[in-house]
Ligand binder design. Structure first.
Ligand SMILES: *Cc1c(COP(=O)(O)O)cnc(C)c1O
Length: 380
């Protein structure tokens, strides 16, 4: 018999009870190096903690299982994971297609850092597959997709993106941070690599910064592992432990995030101060049908635009009390932010600029009635 349900894997994959002590929870192996029994005589395959550490290994195996991939790798942050992946799969003259509304930090990595090293990129609206197909070049090494996107919550058809990328001999990379593997598993839809900021839903408690890559192909996984060890932006033992602890409850947390988000969407949708609610669970959302097909539910992120423009958006952010004004997302506590001035300030003046009347919510798992009451008070 195999026990391979998602919640079972979250709690058990990579996390056998300790053979020597019986410890049920994987210990924090706070060590940099390992004693050898004679030169090269490694006891558990470990020689130095940049290369591998047992706490990190447990997290990496768990992440691979949750994403249905061959190899998981844990990094010091989501951006460290992205940088490591891009330096593994691309070099000078290589071309990558990124979303028209990519995560601000991803956009900055391409535009301010990797471009200087000769990497070429185009930001394309990926809700339009024909536009992505047109943007493919012989030198395209990857299509980089996010779905849902941050902060506009656009939906990209992952199967179609995989087809387009593979037709052009490129990889499909999916940043699955917003959905988490509980709601969406891109590798099963044809993607080659999944990227995570585990800082968000995976960790889930706003107490650790981390990143991850999961590769479908073990050979690509091995090449990424080589670069992870060579560049060294690894997750430390305590960070890996916190992330692993968070991942155990991912399923139950996501169920509540989604249920609460639906109640918030319902309250915002009829409100006179709100011009538009952006949420893939709404039947009128342009990506609703695709989201229904590729996601288990529609997630805990909600964005909305105010009728009275930027001032009104800033006012709501200021007046919310239970929703904490802050960047980041995916924790148990609810957050509110103004993307144009906060998370996405670096996109100002670029084609990726976000509307100034936009407010983004990370709906937490507090009592839904309290969350709705707080937003209604902030809007009135
Ligand atoms: C936060 C985030 C990242 C970057 O991750 P860090 O852990 O902050 O480095 C990448 N992609 C998305 C979608 C994010 O929300």
């Amino acid at each position: 018999m195999t026990f391979d349900g998602f919640e079972t894997l979250a709690i058990h994959a990579g996390q056998e009870a300790d053979a020597e002590t019986g410890a049920v929870v994987v210990p924090i192996y706070q060590t940099s190096t390992y004693a050898q029994d004679g030169v090269g005589g490694l006891r558990g395959g470990y020689e130095y903690s940049r290369t591998a550490n047992p706490t990190r290994t447990a997290l990496e195996e768990c992440l691979a299982a949750l994403e249905s991939g061959a190899r998981g790798l844990a990094f010091a942050s989501g951006m460290a994971a992205e940088d490591t992946l891009l330096r593994t799969i691309a070099g000078p003259g290589g071309h990558v297609i990124i979303p028209g509304d990519a995560y601000g930090g991803t956009f900055r990595l391409f535009s301010k850092v990797l471009e200087r090293w000769g990497l070429e990129w185009d930001a394309v609206d990926q809700t339009d597959p024909a536009a992505v197909r047109r943007a493919m070049r012989p030198s395209t090494v990857a299509v980089w997709t996010e779905s849902p996107t941050n902060p506009l919550l656009n939906i990209t058809d992952i199967e179609t993106m995989a087809e387009i990328a593979h037709d052009g001999g490129a990889l499909l990379v999916v940043d699955n941070t917003f959905a988490s593997p509980y709601l969406q598993r891109p590798l099963l839809l044809g993607a080659d690599v999944v990227v995570h900021s585990t800082t968000k839903y995976m960790g889930g408690h706003s107490d650790v910064v981390g990143g991850a890559l999961v590769a479908a192909d073990p050979e690509l996984g091995e090449r990424i592992a080589f670069h992870q060890n060579t560049m060294g932006a690894v997750a430390g033992p305590f960070d890996a432990w916190l992330t692993l602890r968070g991942a155990k409850t991912l399923g139950v947390r996501m169920d509540r995030h989604c249920a609460n988000a639906e109640k918030v969407v319902e309250a915002l949708s009829g409100h006179p101060a709100v011009r538009e609610v952006l949420y893939p669970g709404l039947p009128e959302h342009p990506g609703h049908k695709v989201a229904e097909r590729q996601m288990r539910a529609f997630g805990g992120m909600v964005s909305f635009r105010l009728r009275d423009g930027e001032e009104a958006a800033l006012r709501v952010c200021d007046r919310a009390r239970l929703f904490t004004l802050g960047e980041s997302l995916g924790g148990v506590e609810s957050l509110i932010e103004h993307p144009a001035r906060m998370t996405h300030a670096s996109t100002a003046g670029s084609p990726l600029e976000v509307p100034a009347d936009l407010v983004r919510l990370s709906v937490g798992i507090e009592s839904a009635d309290d969350l709705v009451a707080d937003l209604l008070a902030a809007l009135d």
